[in-house]
Write a protein that binds this ligand. Structure first.
Ligand code: LRH
Ligand code: MN
Ligand code: MN
Length: 387
């Protein structure tokens, strides 16, 4: 049995990127709830993200969404973030809130609209040069609602061409990550519905194009850890968007719906070399906090990832391999489950304290006065939201 003290040094390698939109108001198509203290500006979102890092030591980067997080001077925003102890991370493009894109953006039949969508990605790359971001993340809301509505094959061809144009614009240190999602907002067919389609496109582009796996973007019952293993094997897993789901693209707190699934995913990440020095896999959250408090919700989320990472690191890899090779089904499963069932919370609390962090970050945040302060300071103005 591997012990906590044996794996503790590896916990230092954990860095989770938080999404700026987690701090703004969000909701469902039925209602967006306002909440006191919600950021009114991009700077305030960055300050909240930095607070999550201050209480956990786990979240050194905040991911931005363009145009939701558009500012005049991204260099100044970068300096502001760095003064608060964090960096600006992945830049997310947006081709899903413009009437022009109703029937497609990078896949559209009209070259003018395709070029408009490509230009938006060029603008995102310009932002990345200023923010120092490595990754351009592309999630497309494209597809059709009715059989016969579009030429599925032609749309793939136009998508490949648009992606190539964007890819060629990247700087040498920059990467493109292509996110897939099996449905929504299109319901009949989606242009990038699964890892295979994303893989086909990024493989055609080149080394700096990779797949982004959003844990909420699969059909129920999908074996996500298998996809993780396969993409790592192929050298094409670029990033995660972590969250959890019960029914659709719920964007709930990662590890809340199915901690065991998160454990299995993280086990394959570690097994496949996707964690620790030399790994190119970005651990991001893609979540919204519709009804719960946002900053403690983010703190809880990064702690959930840390907790399941620790448990996955506890799997006795050597004993597991011996049992697997001996064909000992029950022993292999028991070794795996022993690690999953190990409660690491007290060890993690002590480990945090040893590094000058609060043992219980959520409680420390709630007692810190930060929430009261932002509720007082941020009265008035317009709260940032999903737009
Ligand atoms: C839509 C989505 C996607 C993007 C995010 C901004 O499904 O959740 O995952 O990354 O919006
Ligand atoms: Mn996502
Ligand atoms: Mn999503």
């Amino acid at each position: 049995m591997t012990t906590f003290s044996e794996i503790a040094p590896r916990l230092e390698d954990q860095a989770i990127e938080v999404p700026s939109w987690a701090y703004g108001n969000s909701g469902t198509r039925f209602k967006v709830f306002g909440s006191p203290g919600t950021p009114r500006t991009v700077e305030e979102k960055v300050a909240d993200a930095a607070t999550v890092h201050r209480f956990t030591g786990l979240a050194p980067l905040v991911s931005l969404h363009i145009p939701w997080d558009l500012v005049d001077d991204f260099g100044a925003l970068r300096r502001y973030a760095e003064d608060l102890g964090i960096g600006l991370g992945t830049i997310n493009s947006n081709t899903f809130q413009d009437d022009d894109y109703k029937l497609g953006a990078l896949t559209h039949t009209d070259p003018r609209i395709r070029q408009k969508a490509i230009d938006h990605h060029f603008a995102c790359i310009d932002v990345m040069h200023e923010t120092g971001s490595r990754d351009l993340k592309i999630w497309l809301a494209e597809g059709t609602n009715y059989p016969g509505q579009g030429d599925i094959r032609g749309r793939q061809d136009r998508l490949a061409e648009s992606l190539r144009t964007i890819y060629e614009r990247l700087g040498e240190e920059q990467r493109l990550v292509l996110e897939y999602k099996f449905f929504e907002p299109a319901f009949y067919h989606t242009d990038v519905p699964d890892w295979g389609t994303s893989y086909a496109h990024v493989a055609a582009l080149g080394e700096r194009a990779l797949v982004c796996l959003d844990t909420g973007h699969h059909a129920p019952g999908t074996n996500i850890e298998f996809i993780v293993a396969q993409l790592l094997r192929l050298g094409k897993l670029g990033s995660f968007d972590f969250n959890s789901r019960f029914y659709a693209d719920d964007d709930l707190i990662v590890g809340a719906a199915d901690p065991y699934q998160l454990f299995r995913i993280l086990f394959e990440v570690i097994r496949g070399g996707g964690y620790g020095p030399g790994s190119q896999v970005a651990f991001m959250l893609d979540q919204c906090h519709n009804i719960e408090a946002k900053i403690p919700g983010q703190i809880r989320s990064v702690l959930n990832v840390q907790e399941m990472t620790a448990r996955a690191l506890l799997v006795d890899a050597e004993a597991l391999r011996s049992a697997q090779e001996a064909g000992d089904v029950l022993a292999a499963n028991e070794i795996f489950m022993d690690a999953f069932y190990t409660d690491v919370r007290a060890d993690l609390a002590a480990w945090r304290e040893s590094r000058g962090l609060p043992a219980r970050p959520v409680q420390a945040y709630l007692g810190s006065g930060y929430q009261q302060q932002i509720e007082a300071d941020r009265a008035g103005g317009t709260q940032a939201g999903w737009n």
